[in-house]
Design a binder for this molecule. Structure first.
Ligand SMILES: Cc1cc2nc3c(=O)[nH]c(=O)nc-3n(C[C@H](O)[C@H](O)[C@H](O)COP(=O)(O)O)c2cc1C
Length: 346
């Protein structure tokens, strides 16, 4: 197909962040054209999956057209909300959004590792900030699929002010999301992952829930690098104060990639994260009945099926989209639908 033979080789010759900007720019342009989303859905084959009712499901009180979503970090500022459903996604998670705008880390900060089907990033929460994102979402049509909003923390927010900062960002964005994720697991903001301890996490979730009059589902996204007892403690806090989990974020481990990458700071995603994210999903599932979004290394129907069978209610991908291209979600969905009895009966 044209994508594999022409577009991806061209994109992969560009710096990884520049390639992401080119793709985002093209998608934003399409979104601005009348019929653009329809054209993209036809081109990617996503329109073939719209009728697959067998993949619909209700999770934390929200109806999802299918269980395959976009992971946080691809559309940090919610610019592509009108167009991304045309790739077949059953839901989108935008962000991380920080309370105040901030530029993130200096470039280069995103790297491809094609031989490992992996990415390494240390973006550091580049975000337009909660108010700008809320304004944008308010000015757009409502997202065609459920919209999650992932909340991050500004780099210069002192630890003691973290609960208030998350809660303020939540308040500003609350009307615009169908679910929210407290991201305390990015490895690229110094000290952030320390907030996964029971006391800090409880304080953050309690303050958000105080601001949550509409009872929107609030989830917690965990790191794959927590010690087992800390992971279990964080799950226990979520069990009390949250409505779900996202397992997991990127890892500081460098298993599955060339040793030279140990010199480069940042979080690793994609295929090398798959087994770890899968194992953590199983661990979380054994500890709680909360809904869980499984994420990390999912790139095919088999990956998605395995994670769903292991107890994930929904799954997400980011890196799999970079390597799999615009038909990746459609291919996963067609495969999933084939395995379900309703589809087989047609
Ligand atoms: C470039 C990049 C930026 C990301 N930014 C965020 C972010 O802002 N917030 C967040 O919670 N996760 C972020 N992630 C992590 C993803 O949401 C996901 O948890 C992780 O990449 C594992 O999934 P994957 O293997 O399908 O990519 C980012 C990932 C990448 C590759």
């Amino acid at each position: 197909m044209l994508y594999e033979s022409v577009v991806q080789p061209w994109l992969f010759r560009l710096d990884a962040e520049r390639a992401h900007e080119e793709v985002s720019g093209a998608l934003a342009l399409l979104a601005s054209l009348p019929g653009g989303a329809h054209a993209l859905a036809a081109l990617t084959g996503a329109s073939e999956t719209g009728w697959v009712k067998s993949l619909e499901k209700d999770v934390f009180g929200v109806r999802f057209p299918n269980p395959v979503g976009l992971a946080a970090g691809f559309d940090k500022d919610g610019r592509l909300v009108p167009i991304l459903p045309a790739l077949g996604f059953g839901f989108l998670e935008i962000g991380s959004v920080t309370l105040e705008p901030q530029p993130g880390n200096p470039q280069p900060r995103l790297f491809r590792i094609p031989e490992s089907r992996a990415l390494l990033n240390r973006m550091g929460f580049n975000s337009e900030g909660a108010r700008a994102v809320a304004r944008r979402l308010a000015s757009q049509d409502k997202c065609r699929v459920p919209l999650g909003i992932n909340l991050g923390l500004n780099k210069d927010t002192p630890r003691a002010q973290a609960p208030a900062a998350y809660a303020r960002a939540f308040r500003i964005l609350a009307a615009h999301g169908d679910y929210f994720v407290v991201n305390v697991s990015s490895p690229n903001t110094p000290g952030l992952r320390d907030l996964q301890n029971a006391a800090d996490l409880t304080a953050i979730l309690a303050e958000i829930q105080d601001a949550n009059a509409a009872k929107k589902p609030v989830l917690v996204k965990l790191s794959p690098d927590l010690a087992p007892e800390d992971f279990d403690a964080a799950v226990a806090v979520a069990d009390k104060f949250a409505r779900g989990l996202v397992v997991s974020n990127t890892t500081l481990a460098r298993d599955g990639v060339d040793a030279a990458w140990s010199q480069e700071a940042g979080g690793l995603s994609g295929a090398p994260l798959k087994d770890r994210a899968d194992a953590l999903l199983r661990r979380a599932r054994a500890l709680t009945k909360l809904p869980i979004i499984g994420v990390g290394g999912i790139a095919s129907t088999e990956d998605a099926r395995l994670r769903l069978d292991a107890g994930a209610d929904l799954v997400q991908l980011y890196t799999g989209l970079v390597y799999g291209g615009p038909r990746a979600v459609r291919d996963i969905l067609i495969g999933l639908a084939r395995e379900t009895p309703l589809f087989n009966g047609r």
